[in-house]
Design a protein around this ligand. Sequence first.
Ligand SMILES: [Cu+2]
Length: 174
Amino acid sequence: MEIHRFEKLWFGASLLLIVVLIATIVYGAVGPGVAMVDDSGGIVDPSALTDSENFREPGVYEADDGGYDVYVRAQQFAFQPGTNSPIRVPADTDVTFYVSSPDVTHGFNLAGTNVNTMVIPGQVAEVTVNFDEPGTYHIVCNEYCGAAHHTMRGTVEVVPRDQFDMESQEVTDQ
Ligand SMILES: [Cu+2]
């Protein structure tokens, strides 16, 4: 059977398009490091967050691996810490956020980053991020949580690592 030259050409081009399409889907799924937030943070008693073994007193803690752990309580209509006082963390360092809620479902989204998770009462949302740019990042609650939901926001201040270490040193010296 004789196959026309153009037919062969288009057949080859169609196959190539299929391969490119599959390659872009595979890259999109694994390449940029985008992952779903899973349930690795564990469960807590929403009525007594800080009594739970997975959740400490809200604040910034130095982790064993040289990174930082940040415990955040999301509650109608503030992040603690974050809303009344900014969360200060160093740049170029792994920072793990543990966020939980004692009342209703909230959102924890760091605008301009891919940190974006639901905060469900009884669960700890765990997200690790490494900020390479120092600066101010805004925390937004993106799950409707009540009448003042639109006012629920906070701030994360990312400072250069050496400046952060110097400041912590000063605090320790006092
Ligand atoms: Cu909200």
